[in-house]
Design a protein around this ligand. Structure first.
Ligand SMILES: [Zn+2]
Ligand SMILES: [Zn+2]
Length: 565
């Protein structure tokens, strides 16, 4: 960002007013990064990863570009991490070294975060464990209280932000599970209390804002799993989100009930289980057995819990289904239970995985084929959002955490629920609160950074834009050697990528024709032109690009190197 722009963005912020600024997560699922500003100070909530779209070939994971807040890091009073899902905590270890502020989160989230920091070799982070017991944390000029909410991972907290000019409820992800299987669920009192004091804005989860009704309860899933397990005679293989510790507990109880031992396959599940036990979850259950012991148990005495419910190619379930997992391969009589739902965009991969499973002779049990409840969402449906609006009575609802579709759905629903004002932000919308009103006063530049083996690179990095072009257009490399007078000293050499298959003879002939064309182009040049290597390269590039475009009906990239002997 240029010095000029920095000044401009700084100027639009009045220290006497309160601001909200999402840098990520308000146009997509993932890369959540939310900021608040007041009295010259900044507060950050969550820094998560996202899955790279097809626009970034060769990249799996992206993180939000933190440049704007990095430039103001001396005024950053803290980073709150609401829970340990990847879209909220996943990028903290990558980006905290650029911010170096204190981090506030619950104990379970802290363990997950510490493990991530250790993996990346990040040291020196000041992580402060918070409680959801109505303690007030003074991050002047922000007063924070953390409220326990039900979600599909332990110890999730909503953030109640109190300032001199108004209160904000920043909920992050939650639902109103009436009977959660771990933790106490969403505690109503703190929301009602701040609602009584007056809430300027409610800012939160839009994931399921299009869905009517309620998310349901993990207790129903626990029942469903018990019933489903009881129906199975052969081996049970079950896949779920590794971080859903409550679900893991339900699987282990269901296994115990029908006399089966549990074996866990997949690194993220093993790590998550260890973290859960460290803070006191799952400890009253039988221990998990080793792969070796599992192998020798009869089919009706074993449950394998495996990673890979989203069809991830490198996860345990995909490897098991392909027959290349050392501990388990599928056979007739096995049942693979999906205790999960597709994250939007993963449907194709999951279908391919299920086809592989069926081809091995095993059976797929999922929400289509089973009469049992095998999964509930961790996000609020409309009736739950309505309850939250009634508890907190906000002047304004600002939907975040979703694509435009889900954000607009929450906005429309909030208006139906008689919330006086709603405002749908985009990433970078600088929202100013004044006199019970919110308006977008500026747009701050945002973007993504791609996580690559050699570090973080901007989404606009030339390597990525070139990669994107190459995958659709193909490429031709030409090498020409000329003598002092500019005559060809050898046959021109040409190689292509993404255009021909040399095992097809007539396609090889295309290359020969092009090499002849290069010859002709050079022979036709004047003595003067031939003395200039750059001119030769450019003439050949233009000529071959034209011919290739006619031949292949796409416009490949052409690179020409001329050397003189
Ligand atoms: Zn979450
Ligand atoms: Zn989330």
């Amino acid at each position: 960002m240029s010095e000029n722009k920095k000044k401009k963005y700084g100027q639009s912020i009045d220290p006497q007013k309160l601001y909200f600024l999402p840098l990520g997560g308000s146009e997509e699922f993932g890369i959540n990064l939310n900021l608040y500003a007041y009295q010259g100070k900044w507060l950050a909530i969550d820094i998560g990863i996202g899955f790279a779209s097809h626009r970034y070939p060769g990249v799996d994971i992206v993180v939000p570009d933190p440049t704007f807040i990095e430039e103001r890091k001396d005024s950053l009073v803290g980073l709150v991490v609401t829970h340990a899902h990847e879209d909220h905590v996943g990028a903290v270890a990558h980006l905290w070294p650029r911010l170096r502020c204190p981090i506030y989160c619950t104990a379970f989230t802290a363990i997950i975060l510490q493990n991530k920091m250790a993996d990346l070799g990040v040291e020196g982070a000041d992580i402060r464990i918070v409680n959801t017991d109505s303690t007030i944390y003074d991050l002047a000029p922000f007063n924070l209280e953390f409220a326990a909410v039900a979600h599909s991972i332990p110890q999730t907290a909503a953030v109640l932000i109190r300032t001199d000019v108004g209160n904000i409820v920043h909920s992050a992800d939650w639902n109103l599970d009436p009977q959660p299987v771990i933790d106490d669920g969403t505690v109503e009192a703190p929301f009602r209390k701040i609602g009584g004091e007056g809430v300027l804005a409610y800012i939160g989860d839009s994931t399921n804002a299009q869905h009517k009704g309620r998310a349901g309860s993990e207790t129903l899933v626990a029942e469903g799993l018990k019933n489903e397990f009881a129906k199975q005679k052969g081996r049970i293989i079950i896949t779920l989100f590794a971080s859903n510790i409550g679900r893991m507990q339900s699987v282990m109880r269901a296994a115990q009930e029908c006399g089966r031992s549990v074996c866990v396959l997949g690194r993220s599940l093993i790590n998550m289980n260890a973290a859960a036990r460290q803070v006191g979850y799952l400890n009253d259950l039988p221990s998990i057995i080793s792969e070796e012991r599992a192998e020798h148990l009869p089919s009706d005495q074993i449950v394998y819990v495996v990673t890979g419910s989203q069809g991830e190619g490198r996860a345990a379930l995909a490897r098991i289904s392909r027959g290349d997992h050392p501990a388990l391969s599928l056979s007739r009589g096995d049942s693979v239970i999906f205790s999960s739902k597709a994250i939007p965009g993963n449907e194709r991969d999951i279908n391919d995985l299920k086809s592989l499973i069926v081809a091995s002779g095993a059976k797929v049990v999922d929400h289509h084929s089973s009469d049992e409840v095998l999964h509930v969402s961790g996000h609020p449906s409309r009736d739950e959002l309505k309850d939250m609006y009634e508890w907190t009575r906000p002047e304004i609802v600002i939907p975040v955490h979703g694509e435009r579709l889900q954000l607009q759905a929450q906005s429309d629903w909030a208006r139906e629920c008689k919330v006086p004002q709603t405002l749908v932000p985009l990433n970078g919308s600088l929202i100013e609160f004044s006199e019970q009103q919110a308006r977008i006063i500026d747009t701050i530049p945002t973007g993504i950074l791609a996580v690559t083996p050699s570090g973080l690179i901007p989404g606009t990095h030339r390597s990525l834009t070139q990669r994107r072009k190459l995958q659709y257009e193909g490429v031709i490399f030409i090498s020409i050697v000329v003598d002092r007078r500019g005559h060809l000293a050898d046959e021109p050499q040409m190689s292509t990528h993404g255009l021909i298959d040399p095992t097809f003879k007539d396609e090889l002939e295309i290359i020969e024709d092009m090499e002849e064309e290069i010859n002709d182009i050079i022979v036709d040049m004047s003595v003067d032109d031939r003395s200039d290597d750059n001119f030769i390269a450019e003439e050949v590039r233009i000529g071959i690009r034209k011919l290739a475009t006619m031949t292949f009906r796409i416009r490949p990239r052409v690179f020409v190197h001329v050397s003189r002997v």
